[in-house]
Design a protein around this ligand. Structure first.
Ligand code: ATP
Ligand code: MG
Ligand code: ZN
Length: 329
């Protein structure tokens, strides 16, 4: 994200003051246009929106387009809630690498007396959440996370491909409509032998960018890194970049102000998830994995930026690919 070579600088990214303000203006303008067109609805916090029916139709069309384009992989489909088991979240190590983005769930476990204290604090205008304690769940940070525990055991020969889609939460409030706190991600996850996991990511990344280009997007692939937290994080990020463990499909949303925003990514997780979740290859050694991800709101916004906010006037071929030919017909 922020500190990748490839993506949009965000509020926490160092940038020249004048460059930053021009970019901020461009983001504010785009956000205002999208809201004025009623495509997104302000839900009261930076990066939190409702979607219009039309916006959702584009997202649905995109998911169907991805499903069609990758049908040869015969993925198994899973859908999960935006909330997952805390125990499984622990296993992913997300909180180690990205504490700044995580979201946890708290619940009330107190007595009547504790409840009275909570209400009194609230009436005094004080915070009431100190009366809550962590629940057994967390918000989902990446939609593949709830998949792994379900695959515990031995994979079939050739591995498995999973199609998973859902909401992700990331605590990164921003004025950029491309950076949301709650957004949907479509993923294709591969688990199998090490060479196949790497090949899957490399081959599918090429197909991913091609598919997005065929929708008229001026998209390209770049090597990228995740925003690992803290001082050790910088080291992890530079390793990830050097290993090309993460590829991003980027589109310039704000012209020259923008180094390119990631609308999709291809992540080679290697031996991270297999050993942690006890997922073995057919030969009994730990599985390797990789994930292809599409940011559904980001692709939709990139399409709106590229083809205009009037979906009826989009190129017929793009509308047809996304099942939107009826719009304006
Ligand atoms: P970025 O570098 O922009 O922060 P990321 O590296 O964190 O993106 P991934 O973890 O690879 O992104 O997530 C997969 C996809 O989900 C991204 O390619 C992007 O399209 C989308 N995505 C990630 N973060 C956000 C966000 N805050 N708002 C909207 N979409 C997002
Ligand atoms: Mg990010
Ligand atoms: Zn994933």
């Amino acid at each position: 994200m922020t500190d990748t070579l490839s993506t949009t600088p965000t509020t926490d990214a160092p940038a020249a003051a004048d460059e930053r303000s021009a970019l901020d203006v461009a983001r504010d303008e785009f956000r205002a246009e999208i809201l004025a067109a009623g495509l997104l609805v302000d839900a009261g916090q930076p990066g939190l929106y409702g979607r219009s029916g039309l916006f959702d139709d584009i997202v649905d069309g995109l998911c169907a387009y991805v499903a069609r384009s990758f049908a040869d992989q015969k993925p198994e489909r899973y859908r999960f809630a935006p909330v997952m088991s805390r125990d499984e979240y622990e296993l992913t190590d997300y909180i180690v690498s990205f504490p700044q983005l995580a979201g946890t769930v708290n619940g009330f476990r107190g007595t009547d007396a504790d409840h009275r204290q909570l209400i009194a604090a609230r009436e005094r205008g004080e915070a009431w959440d100190p009366y809550l304690v962590p629940a057994e769940t967390t918000l989902v940070s990446a939609v593949c996370h709830p998949v792994y525990e379900r695959l515990r055991g031995t994979l079939p020969e050739g591995g498995r491909v999973i199609n998973v889609r859902g909401f992700s939460f990331r605590h990164e409030p921003s004025n950029d409509p491309m950076r949301l706190q709650a957004f949907r991600m479509q993923e294709l996850v591969f688990l199998g032998d090490p060479a196949a996991a790497k090949t899957f990511r490399d081959v599918m990344s090429q197909r991913q960018v091609k598919g997005l280009q065929e929708l008229g997007l001026d998209a390209k692939i770049v090597a990228a890194n995740d925003p690992f937290f803290g001082r050790t994080g910088k080291f992890l990020a530079s390793n990830q970049l050097a290993d090309e463990a993460k590829l991003e499909v980027v589109v310039k949303i704000y012209g020259d102000l923008d180094e390119g925003t990631a609308i999709a990514s291809g992540n080679h997780a290697g031996a991270h998830f297999g050993p942690i979740f006890g997922i073995d290859q057919a030969d009994g050694t730990p599985a390797h994995s990789s994930c292809m991800a599409w940011g559904l709101e980001r692709v939709t916004l990139a399409l709106l930026r590229t083809h205009g906010l009037d979906v009826a006037a989009w190129p017929e071929s793009v509308k047809a690919d996304l099942g939107l030919s009826h719009v304006g017909a």
